[in-house]
Design a protein around this ligand. Structure first.
Ligand code: ADP
Length: 562
């Protein structure tokens, strides 16, 4: 027997129509390249989106065509987020910080037919435009007539467009958006989101205990709209009727803090490295900013050091919530909200839980598995995290060689090494590719760097495993000190010695002015490994006992297929 409910397709036009009907007066504010802040009501943003869709249709964009964006976060990008999927095409967000080689590879692989480019990003676009094989039209935002010959002006298309009805019979399983992984661990791979996956992701992250924003909120996604859908914030804020704020090209701590103050932001999200900078600015000059409306700061995309969470809470009264996810998981998979049971727990216990990747969202299932099978939720050992759910990728676009990332019984292999405790809180111990294999045992680079970042003198720290003539790999720590602070390698090792077995302690500690970052602001461990490749080979006498033999091995297992 079938149910007798209406079979309404779960599509993005539902979000647009709901916001138009109920939240037309709410505001999307964005900072322009000239630093002015432009404020448009949703009614206008969505009206412009309809006219943009009309113009794209006129230009020949058809169902399933890929329309790429090469843009910062701003109201025009929100317009494109609606215009393209709501007319049945696919919005493909490009990571503006990738190199010309990767960008041309990604666009040609995706088969993008139209690309919408910010005028301020034209010089970067010019570096790979000649290599594009499928692009027919280039549209320039804030154009002033700039752009390659034949380029179209975004505003003129908005003025000329006939509003699109957004009522096309889009099926919920059709593609709505595309995003390539940023290639931290290899060649970029295309993830294709459906209308259904986007809508379900939006609904669930809106729940209390997730992003939990409502019509009373003002949301500033510091995370770029090209990085995994800005973690779903633009669709979630629009559906909820929250005001939105976008930082444009200005992502330095001062500019973000000024925008948070002036727009009275209540909820914001971004990667840890951004928030480390914000913390330093607040420590220096908190009185310059009014963050009193701020209720919700979600940090994710990389492990969030416990010290960062403590510092925000204890020095600035700001509670941090950690989220875990991947481009392949739309991206939010888990959130570290404290359960009611932990509400009265001692502060140290609460911080320890906030520093974990959190519990899986409703509809997302997780397991950790090694060659012995699925491990119990007892927080022991380290094994690969696998995940499944309606907004988890079932395949990569046109990449049959990546089939080994998906298990035969329908799970996605994240490539993250994790454990899960009895309460269902995941702890990401490392990426499989970054975990340090020393003397047949595993050392978590994330645990070491988070502990080093707990030192008051330290601003940032990254730990990598480097080839070692005796132990296979040994840890090297790169440390950036806070302004005006001093520290020694011995002090770093002493600090770690109280928390870790002796054989975990880094053999090398280097003080550096900065740590290389990826295009989305994570530590670029591949580059660090390349740069220091011969570090132990050159400075270590292979016969000398530089690293103590493992004294107390922790339970460590090998990944299946690792
Ligand atoms: P890329 O794989 O290119 O870095 P993603 O942004 O999709 O692009 O990165 C996903 C990865 O980021 C995860 O597999 C995980 O390793 C890491 N990550 C995300 N959130 C967290 C978190 N809260 N703690 C630890 N690692 C995280």
């Amino acid at each position: 027997m079938h149910g007798l409910m209406m079979d309404v397709p779960l599509t993005i036009p539902l979000i647009a129509r709901h916001a138009e009907a109920l939240h037309g007066g709410k505001i999307v504010a964005s900072r322009s390249p000239d630093r002015s802040v432009r404020r448009l009501p949703y009614a206008e943003v969505l009206g412009r989106a309809r006219r943009l869709a009309g113009s794209l249709r006129h230009l020949g964009v058809r169902r399933g065509d890929r329309v790429a964006t090469f843009c910062w976060n701003h109201h025009q990008h929100v317009e494109i987020y609606f215009a393209v999927p709501c007319m049945g095409a696919v919005v493909h967000t490009l990571n503006i910080r990738l190199g010309p080689e990767e960008l041309s590879y990604i666009m040609n692989h995706a088969g993008d037919t139209v690309v919408i480019v910010d005028r301020v990003l034209l010089p970067a676009f010019e570096r790979f435009r000649d290599r594009l094989t499928s692009v027919r039209e280039v549209i320039v935002v804030d154009g002033n007539g700039d752009g390659p010959p034949g380029a179209l002006d975004y505003e003129s298309l908005i003025t000329a467009g006939i509003p699109d009805p957004f009522e096309e019979s889009i099926e919920e399983r059709e593609a709505a958006a595309m995003c390539y992984t940023s290639g931290t661990t290899g060649r970029p791979r295309g993830v294709v989101y459906s209308h259904r996956s986007q809508l379900l992701h939006t609904l669930v992250i809106l729940q209390p205990g997730c992003l939990g924003v409502s019509e009373r909120d003002t949301v500033l996604p510091v995370v770029p709209m090209f990085h995994a859908n800005a973690w779903g914030a633009p669709y979630a804020a629009t559906f909820a009727g929250a005001n939105q704020v976008h930082a444009g090209p200005y992502l330095d701590p001062k500019s973000i803090l000024e925008l948070m103050s002036s727009e009275r932001v209540t909820a914001t999200m971004g990667v840890p490295t951004i928030w480390m900078g914000i913390l330093q600015e607040l420590d220096r000059n908190a009185v310059a900013y009014d963050l009193s409306p701020l209720k919700q700061v979600m940090i994710g995309g990389a492990a969030v050091p416990e010290a960062l969470i403590r510092a925000f809470a204890e020095r600035h009264g700001i509670a941090i919530t950690q989220g875990w996810g991947m481009t392949e998981t739309s991206p939010v998979g888990s959130i570290s909200y404290l359960t009611g049971e932990l509400a009265d727990a001692p502060a140290d216990t609460q911080y320890a839980y906030r520093a974990r990747a959190g519990r899986p969202l409703p509809l997302v299932e997780v397991r950790v598995r090694d060659e012995t099978g699925v491990r119990p939720w007892d927080d022991s050992g380290m094994a690969e995290l696998e995940v499944r759910g309606p907004w988890v990728a079932a395949a990569y676009y046109n990449a049959p060689e990546t089939g080994d990332r998906f298990t035969r019984d329908g799970w996605f292999k994240t490539g993250d090494v994790a454990s899960i405790d009895a309460r269902g809180y995941i702890a990401i111990r490392d990426r499989a590719k970054d975990v340090i294999k020393s003397g047949g045992e595993w050392i978590s680079s994330v645990a070491l760097e988070n502990a080093i970042m707990g030192m008051p003198t330290v601003a940032e720290a990254a730990v990598v495993g480097l080839s070692h003539p005796r132990w296979d790999e040994r840890p090297l720590a790169l440390v950036v000190l806070r302004e005006g602070c001093v520290c020694t390698a011995d002090a770093v090792r002493e600090h770690l010695a109280s928390q870790f077995p002796k054989w975990w302690l880094p053999d090398g500690v280097e003080f550096v002015p900065a740590i290389p970052k990826t295009s989305v602001g994570k530590f670029q461990k591949r580059e660090i490994r390349d740069r220091y490749r011969d570090y132990f080979g050159q400075c270590v006498d292979p016969g000398a006992p530089v690293a103590a033999a493992p004294e107390r091995p922790v339970a460590a297992t090998k990944l299946p297929n690792a």
